[in-house]
Design a protein. Sequence first.
Length: 254
Amino acid sequence: MIESSILHEKVEFRIPAFAVGPNGRLTPAHLIRLLQEAAMVNTVRLKISSPELMASMGLSWVLRRQRINIDRLPDMGERVNIITAPSGFERGLQTFRDFHVLDQGGNTLITAATQWLLIDVNSRRLKPIPPHIAALEAHLAPASAHLDRPLGKIKPSEESGPSTTFTVAYHQLDFNNHLTNPVFPELMLEPLGGHFLERYTPKVLEIDYRMEARYGESLAAQAAALTSNGLVQRHALRREDQLLATMESHWRAN
């Protein structure tokens, strides 16, 4: 487990009422919010958080890829521990971070592997990982403790499917002044409709974040089934002809 690294963080959360859906369980979007809050706690302690890097170097972390494996979504009021730590560096531009969500008995409910990049907040261009951050590689947990990295691009489906349009709202922006990460999958799941979402629970969400979205922009989300039973879906979020994000989702019956 990544707890063998001095870089790891263990953060306890109680699942709040505002974070659950009609079934009383944590929603995927709020799950991602909790993961990012745990990462923020960790990066603040390690002195590599986005606010600190913005103030000192004009840089900020952006999420590029994310793979979430879900055994069970926790219930409203349930207490969980999120363990997170950096899990690798690659080519001087990419960093990786793992998450493990545990119940109070220590059982793993959810794992998530993520890939992060640094951007210049003014030019919005990618920047190399600074040496003081890359130096943390010496303190990583053993490679055997890390989750498989989410790599490569997720192609949008060539098949058409249901779609929904949205306008980016001000309250959906984050401190980088763009559409916050958890809203991307939230929007991409919406075309599935209530009839599907009431009956099925995601077991895998793999997200490919490609471009930013800004306040007031018009977006379109689309979903298309890859299997005859609809339990594997391919999603896309677009701004006119620009592909902002893609996602593949796998589902189980409730």
